[in-house]
Design a protein around this ligand. Structure first.
Ligand code: ADP
Ligand code: MG
Length: 700
């Protein structure tokens, strides 16, 4: 039997080579299987009819029975449209076409009863439906086969080629007719009965052609579970494989360095969360398996200290460590903080960045190779092939803009035989479900507690017309000796208008606050100028820092208590949260002021509202994922997983994901190689299906 699902889509009756080409180009659909796995994005109950008098623009798709009583062409040129009056016994509304006008005009029947179907909108106070679907009475060819009609996303090009949602549905129904008995299972029977899943064939049928709400629910569950489960099985399988293949140096000792620091140099007591996390890390590094751990903690939760104490354990076991930061300024700050904290202990620490001079660099290279230097802190410069260690035992990555899997892998390869332990620290928390997927091959530690004595930052949102009030408030803070950040959007460094805004802002602020020094930094300055600007602010010489998001990962200035963000509606949530984290670092009450124009989108309103409501980075990350969808969350693109979920949703399907991960774990614990007869089917499923195609080669 030829593989039904692998058949070329052009052989499906009603498709043909031309449409096949279009489907491939626009939706990446090449085979019967691809088409079957192109799922509807919504369903409409076709048993429900509305009266025209009941309709308003906020309704989703609706169905109305009535008659077209007249039609006329309105406008000319590209803006020409066909407008038809549609009536029932309660009133009338307009049906509008911008495309295919000629065809519609010839085919619309006046004064014949028909059903129209579409999304109502409000145009100048009048309700209309643009490009409705129309069914004449008695025309059964287009009627849905169940009570629900499935809707599919299309593209402009598809629509031009007459492949609308309805056409896709027709093709799929055609396929569903033919597929009986031809859809092989992807999951073992034992699993299907254990968690009472619908069979794959039934699920694929019901997802496109549901006969009841109950069956649709089961079909969705089955397909979501399958999708998430196969991803988890793959990720966890690779983790098993890696742990099997890569041994690790067991750091069994906690000795002089750690103890001396802990008893004599610790500047403040550790929080309970820091203690717990250090214990987790210690235990993990104590095994003879390479540690691959993600450390999550909100801004200001004290990750640097954890990083340092982890490194001290490495030194105690005779190994070197390195810490990689995303920017030069942050690397310098880490270097300064850490050097200060270990001052008086004999821990030789070096700083290596893009601007390290050649002579200095040579010295560092030599000291690393001889083993004299224990701790190297730096930027991407650490990855370079010229940097070689004597005994690298630990790599810590402070991930602001997350390094991808591939970059992580390059650091592991610094050792020939046994790779160093790896600790990845994220500066902005990511939702649990996303961590389980994107970072699913890592173990996770969470610092869920801020150091004591911090006053929560107060966040307020003002429209631009309240600017004077904001300035008055800023003045009072300045008079109390505090410092202020003012951030302007600069989405890309090449956006000239943004730079102009920033420069105007700078001039304006300088004029407004004449008695205070105002500084400015932005991404187009030379690194030296930028650092000098930051340094002046840090030393309190400038009191207001007008800046772009370059300060997002800036230096620690505890005296800065106000963060004003201009055009806050243009920033993403995680970025706003990150910026806010620049203040609230000292003992004084800090404030974050979000300025926006009055006209902002609903989504912006939600973002700003979330910022005002909560300081909790984890909660913010969840909202961010809901608003933007997981694919757009920072880091997923660079993660090395080109994942695109077809049906599961990481913000809504957390329970299914959790279950899928647990089931995958159980199976791998029992049979890590998937060697038993029962699991042969899983090996096969992992090797096919686009949904689970990752490029994991970089790891193993
Ligand atoms: P982040 O997690 O954002 O990297 P940092 O490591 O920069 O946070 O820590 C933020 C601030 O909190 C620093 O000034 C640091 O010295 C301080 N800090 C860290 N741990 C503690 C603690 N246990 N008690 C008090 N202050 C702490
Ligand atoms: Mg940090």
């Amino acid at each position: 039997m030829t593989d039904f699902l692998a058949q070329d889509i052009k052989f499906l009756p009603g498709v043909g080579p031309k449409r096949a080409e279009l489907l491939k180009k626009e939706l990446n659909i090449e085979t019967f299987g691809d088409l079957l796995y192109y799922f509807p994005f919504k369903y409409i109950d076709r048993t429900k009819f509305y009266k025209i008098s009941e309709i308003h623009a906020q309704m989703p798709h609706i169905q109305v029975k009535g008659k077209i009583t007249s039609m006329e062409l309105v406008g000319s040129g590209p803006r020409q449209r066909l407008v038809a009056q549609f009536r029932d016994d309660t009133g009338s509304m307009e049906l509008i076409w911008f495309q295919g006008i000629k065809w519609q005009k010839e085919n619309l029947k006046l004064n014949a009863t028909c059903t129209i179907f579409g999304k109502p909108s409000d145009f100048g106070g009048k309700i209309n439906v643009v490009h409705p679907e129309i069914e004449s009475e008695g025309d059964i060819s287009l009627s849905p086969s169940g009570i629900f009609q499935a809707f599919y996303n299309t593209t402009e090009n598809l629509k031009k080629g007459f492949i609308q949602s309805r056409m896709i549905h027709k093709m799929i129904l055609n396929l569903v007719e033919r597929m009986k008995g031809k859809i092989p299972e992807t999951l073992p029977q034992s699993l299907i009965s254990q968690i009472k899943l619908m069979s794959r064939e039934e699920a694929l049928m019901n997802i496109h052609k549901p006969v009841s709400t109950h069956d649709l629910k089961n079909a969705r569950f089955r397909l979501k579970f399958e999708e998430l489960f196969l991803i988890q099985l793959k990720i966890l399988g690779l983790k098993h494989h890696r742990e099997d293949k890569f041994k690790g140096y067991p750091f069994t000792r906690v000795g002089y360095n750690f103890n001396t620091f802990y008893h004599k140099h610790l500047p403040f007591p550790l929080t309970e969360a820091q203690k717990r996390v250090i214990r987790e890390i210690r235990k993990d590094m104590g095994r003879d398996i390479q540690m691959n751990r993600l450390l999550q903690g909100d801004v200001g939760s004290g990750k640097t200290l954890v990083a340092l104490m982890t490194a001290l354990i490495a030194f105690d076991n005779g190994f070197q460590a390195c810490l990689m930061a995303p920017t030069e300024i942050l690397a310098q700050q880490h270097f300064a903080t850490i050097s200060r904290m270990v001052g008086g202990m004999s821990v030789s620490t070096g700083l290596l960045t893009g601007s390290t001079k050649a002579a200095e660099r040579a010295v560092i290279h030599e000291k690393l190779l001889s083993g004299e230097m224990l701790f190297l802190i730096g930027t991407h410069a650490l990855i370079e092939d010229t940097v070689n260690f004597n005994r690298l035992g630990l790599v810590i990555i402070d991930e602001q803009h997350r390094f991808g899997v591939a970059q992580r892998a390059r650091l592991w390869q610094k050792n020939d035989t046994i790779p160093p332990h790896v600790l990845v620290m994220t500066a902005t928390p990511i939702p649990r479900t996303l961590a389980m997927t994107v970072y699913g091959d890592l173990d996770v530690s969470v610092i869920d507690e801020l150091p004591p004595g911090r006053k929560p930052i107060q966040t307020m949102h003002f429209f631009d017309n309240k600017r004077r009030e904001v300035y008055r408030f800023m003045k009072s803070q300045l008079q109390q000796g505090r410092q202020i950040y003012m951030v302007y959007p600069l989405i890309t460094e090449s956006e000239k208008s943004d730079l102009k805004n920033l420069e105007e802002g700078f001039r304006h602020i300088s004029e407004e606050f004449t008695e205070f020094q105002v500084g400015m930094v932005h991404g187009r300055m030379k690194p030296g100028e930028k650092d000098a600007g930051m340094q002046q602010f840090k030393e309190g010489k400038t009191r207001i820092m007008v800046a772009t998001t370059v300060i997002e990962v800036g230096v620690d200035v505890p005296n800065a208590t106000v963060m004003v963000i201009e055009s806050a509606e243009r920033f993403g949530l995680s970025q706003l949260h990150q910026l806010r984290g620049r203040v609230g670092r000292g003992a004084d009450q800090s404030y974050c002021i979000l300025m926006s124009s009055y006209k902002i989108t609903n989504e912006s309103r939600k973002r700003l509202g979330t910022m005002v409501r909560t300081n909790d980075g984890f909660e913010i990350a969840e909202v961010d994922m809901k608003l933007r969808g997981p694919g757009d969350i920072e880091g997923t693109q660079q993660s090395g997983i080109g994942f695109d979920l077809k049906i599961a949703n990481l913000s809504k399907d957390a329970p299914i994901l959790e279950m899928a991960r647990n089931v995958a774990k159980d199976i791998l614990d029992k049979d890590p190689q998937l060697a038993t007869a029962e699991y042969q089917i899983l090996r096969k499923s992992l090797n096919t299906g686009k949904a689970t195609e990752f490029d994991w080669a970089v790891i193993s």
